[in-house]
Design a protein around this ligand. Structure first.
Ligand code: BJ8
Length: 387
């Protein structure tokens, strides 16, 4: 809690110094531009059930809980990050988000970026213009033009942050015998990365990674040998949504990473700054990086499936849980294609659809438990065969 107030105080100071404070619900926000302008770009809370009932006076019951929860924090005025932002970044990814932004705009300034749903040449041209517009919007807040050098500096800072998270991701999952950190801690650290100052955060994550390196060297695992290793795929875990991680923990599985926007999808790619000598090239490089985000709002989205299969092999996982929030049509529908590809490769997959209410916790635990049992049985059968 102390951290939260300290960070909000820092954000307020930035605003007093005419630096931008931008809240977001999506990783398409070009945060390099905000950081380059000396400001703060942070993820807004959207993982709590506590704000949903109130928000249903403005939003329909049957839309994704992430949207309702996040909207509710503004509606109730209970999130300092939202309250103190210059504007909220909105985008045109999924239908419910897109339309909710129109209502949110009545409560708080919103800047909407038009993210295309295909990645053809003409779509990319439009997307680049949207990044340029975003930059102009940030300049309106600061009242001054953002230089190429400032943009490069902001990009370096964000690249370093993503590199630190890549390192943490590797340490969580790359050694088949030692998992040096619990799943909940791993997720929490990633979630904090969406709030903290990027320089401080990078330093702290690297310090933690040094410690994890040591734990691996010493064979110091937080899980017993042969605990089933799980990858989680799907929709983001906005704080404080720890429901699935809690269920897996109590049933005895080990989550080794999240193929999610609060996870691998966020930090897997960096912006290439090689030979960037002018603003146009800078914009191209930002575009290049953001088009690698494989959100299910794109059609087709086969690069996501290829990535999942590769990650599964690299991390020597034993199975995956495809997690999707209720009423998230894009990830829900895409689960068919993903599970079909996984089945072809003989990869065990459990699909869980849930919201933020505590009602289905028992049911999720029972399903995860049965899934883990089947994975343990397969592991033992394989070991026996290999004898
Ligand atoms: S880049 S995943 S953060 S859009 S879960 S609100 S899609 S109905 S959060 Fe997302 Fe950006 Fe894509 Fe990532 Fe809609 Fe689905 Fe809800 Fe979602």
């Amino acid at each position: 809690m102390k951290f939260q107030w300290q960070r909000i105080a820092e954000i307020n100071q930035l605003r007093a110094d005419k630096k931008p404070a931008v809240g977001t619900f999506c990783i398409f926000v070009p945060e390099e531009i905000i950081v380059g302008a000396g400001g703060a770009c942070y993820g807004l809370c959207g993982g709590s059930n506590a704000t949903i009932a109130d928000t249903e006076t403005e939003l329909p019951r049957n839309i994704c809980p992430l949207i309702k929860s996040a909207h509710g924090f503004k509606f109730q005025r209970t999130c300092g990050y939202t309250q103190f932002s210059d504007f909220i970044y909105g985008e045109t990814t999924c239908e419910a988000k897109k339309k909710t932004r129109e209502i949110l705009d009545k409560h708080h300034p919103v800047h909407v970026m038009n993210i295309p749903h295909m990645k053809r040449e003409k779509d990319l041209k439009m997307w680049k213009e949207e990044i340029e517009d975003f930059k102009s919007h940030v300049e309106e807040v600061t009242g001054k033009k953002l230089s190429l050098e400032e943009m490069k500096e902001g990009t370096k800072i964000v690249n370093e942050k993503r590199k630190a998270l890549q390192r943490l991701d590797a340490l969580r999952g790359i050694n088949p015998d030692v998992i040096p950190i619990s799943a909940k801690d791993g997720l929490l650290i990633t979630q904090i990365g969406f709030m903290d100052d990027p320089l401080r955060y990078t330093q702290k994550v690297n310090e933690l990674c040094d410690e994890l390196d040591k734990r691996i060297e010493e064979n110091n695992s937080v899980f017993e040998k042969d605990t089933p290793r799980l990858m989680i795929l799907g929709t983001p875990f906005a704080p404080p949504n720890w429901k699935l991680h809690g269920a897996v923990k109590t049933t005895g599985g080990a989550i080794i990473n999240e193929e999610s926007c609060i996870g691998h999808r966020y930090y897997k790619d960096n912006v290439d700054l090689d030979s960037v000598e002018d603003e146009d090239t800078m914009m191209d490089r930002l575009l290049q990086r953001y088009t690698q985000v494989d959100c299910a709002c794109f059609t087709p989205n086969t690069q996501r499936i290829d990535k999942i299969l590769q990650m599964y092999k690299d991390r020597k996982a034993d199975g995956v849980i495809y997690y999707t929030l209720s009423f998230c049509h894009t990830y829900n529908v895409e689960s068919f294609l993903v599970s079909e590809a996984l089945e072809k490769e003989g990869i065990p997959c459990l699909i869980i659809e849930s919201d933020y209410s505590p009602e289905d916790v028992g049911q999720i635990k029972t399903r995860v438990e049965a899934f883990l049992e089947s994975l343990t049985f397969k592991k033992k059968a394989k070991a026996f065969k290999d004898l």
